[in-house]
Design a protein around this ligand. Structure first.
Ligand code: SF4
Length: 359
C-alpha cells in the first residue's frame, strides 16, 4: 500500500500552497490542475509543460491516482464495465455506457459507485446482497471519472453525463458526494455542467432535503420499484424507515426548490411488480407530480426469484402509465452480455478470485 498522499485529495487552495511551497510560481497550480482534471494525465511525467524537476518532486510527494483497474469487460453494445482495486484491496465497479443520440451526437455516460457494497440491501440487487464495507472517499469517486475520461479521450470522445447509480447509496455518503460534485462541476477542474449529473437514491429523505437546499440543479432519481409500502419494503428495505407517504412529498419539495423534475426508476420484475394494476397504482401515486418514470427491464442476475418482465408486460405497463399521462420511457438495456447489473461483475470476481473467467 502506498504511503504517498494522493493529489486528488487536495483542494484548490491546498494545491496552490503545496506548489508555492515547492518554490514554483502560483500559476503552476492551475497548470497542474488542468493536467489532472482536464488533460486526464496518468502520470506526472507526461505533464510536459511543467519543469522536469517539479514533476520529479511531485512524483516523490504524491500519487496521481488511487484506483487500479483489475478487470475490464466490453459488451457488444460498447458498454465498458471496470472492476477497480482500492488501496485497501477492496474492489468496486463502474461502467461507461455509450448511447447514440440522433440529433445531439454521441452521449457517454459514466455510472459511478459511492460505497464498497451497500447498506441498503435491496433484495433484487446484487450489490445489496454483498457485505457493506465502507464509504468511498471523494478521490475514489473522482478517480473513476478520470479513468473513463482518459479512455474516451484516447478515442477522441468525452464524458457527457455522470450518474451516481453504481454500487452504494450516494446520499449515505453525503460528504464525499458533495466534494466530488464540487470537483466535477468546478470550471478549474472537471467542468461538467451540473445538469448533466444525476444522483440516484433509494429514498433517504433527510439527505434529499439537504440536497434540495444546496440548490444545485443536479438531477435526482428515486429507485422506486413499487407503488405501495408493503411491496416496496420487501424490495427496498429502507422504505420501512422512509415510507412512500413521506418520500413523495420530499420529491415534490425537491422539484419546488430546484426546478428539476424528479425521475423515478422502476425495475420491472416478472410477476412481482409488472401488472397493469400495479401500473395504475404507480400512476395514482405519482399523479400531479412533475416527474418522469424510467422503466428498467431487470438485468438477469443469479437470483431466480427476480426475473426480467416479458417484453409484452413492459409495453403494457408503459401504455397504462401513459394512459394516466405519466411521462415514461423504457430504458435501453446496456451491457447484457457482460454482467452489467449493479454489483454483478464484482460479485463474480469475489466469488472466484482464484480462477476468474470472462463472459
Ligand atoms: S439498488 Fe442501489 S441502494 Fe439498493 S442495494 Fe443496490 S446499490 Fe444499494
Amino acid at each position: 500500500m502506498t504511503t504517498q498522499k494522493c493529489i486528488l485529495d487536495l483542494t484548490d487552495s491546498e494545491i496552490k500552497e503545496r506548489v508555492t511551497g515547492m518554490g514554483e510560481p502560483a500559476h503552476r497550480a492551475q497548470q497542474l490542475q488542468r493536467w489532472i482534471y482536464q488533460g486526464y494525465a496518468r502520470s506526472f511525467t507526461e505533464m510536459t509543460d511543467l519543469p522536469a524537476a517539479f514533476r520529479r518532486k511531485l512524483s516523490e510527494d504524491f500519487s496521481l491516482h488511487c484506483l487500479t483497474p483489475v478487470k475490464e469487460l466490453t459488451a457488444k453494445d460498447g458498454t465498458v464495465k471496470t472492476l477497480f482495486r482500492l488501496a485497501d484491496e477492496s474492489t468496486i465497479e463502474s461502467a461507461l455506457m455509450p448511447y447514440s443520440q440522433n440529433s445531439k451526437g454521441e452521449r457517454y455516460t459514466v455510472c459511478l459507485s459511492t460505497q464498497v457494497g451497500c447498506p441498503v440491501g435491496c433484495s433484487f440487487c446484487t450489490t445489496g446482497q454483498q457485505e457493506f464495507e465502507r464509504n468511498l472517499s471523494a478521490r475514489e469517486i473522482i478517480d473513476q471519472v478520470l479513468y473513463f475520461a482518459y479512455r474516451l479521450k484516447e478515442q477522441g470522445h468525452a464524458i457527457t453525463n455522470i450518474v451516481f447509480m453504481g454500487m452504494g447509496e450516494p446520499l449515505l455518503n453525503y460528504e464525499s458526494l458533495m466534494q466530488s460534485l464540487h470537483t466535477l462541476t468546478s470550471p478549474q477542474r472537471f467542468a461538467l455542467g451540473v445538469r448533466h449529473i444525476t444522483i440516484s437514491t433509494a429514498g433517504v429523505i433527510p439527505q434529499i432535503k439537504l440536497l434540495s437546499e444546496e440548490k444545485l440543479q443536479v438531477g435526482l432519481a428515486i429507485s422506486l420499484h413499487a407503488a405501495n409500502n408493503t411491496l416496496r419494503s420487501k424490495l427496498v428495505p429502507i422504505n420501512r424507515k422512509y415510507p412512500l407517504e413521506k418520500l413523495i412529498p420530499a420529491c415534490r419539495e425537491y422539484y419546488e426548490k430546484t426546478g428539476r423534475r424528479v425521475s423515478f426508476e422502476y425495475t420491472l420484475l416478472r410477476k412481482i411488480n409488472d401488472s397493469p394494476e400495479q401500473a395504475r397504482e404507480l400512476a395514482v401515486l405519482l399523479g400531479g407530480l412533475n416527474c418522469h418514470v424510467n422503466l428498467i427491464p431487470a438485468n438477469p442476475g443469479n437470483d431466480a426469484r427476480f426475473q426480467a418482465s416479458a417484453r409484452n408486460n413492459v409495453l403494457m405497463f408503459q401504455q397504462e402509465l401513459r394512459r394516466f399521462h405519466i411521462t415514461c420511457t423504457v430504458r435501453q438495456r446496456m451491457g447484457l452480455d457482460i454482467a452489467a447489473g449493479c454489483g454483478q461483475l464484482r460479485s463474480r470476481f469475489v466469488q472466484s478470485r482464484a480462477g476468474f473467467r470472462d463472459g
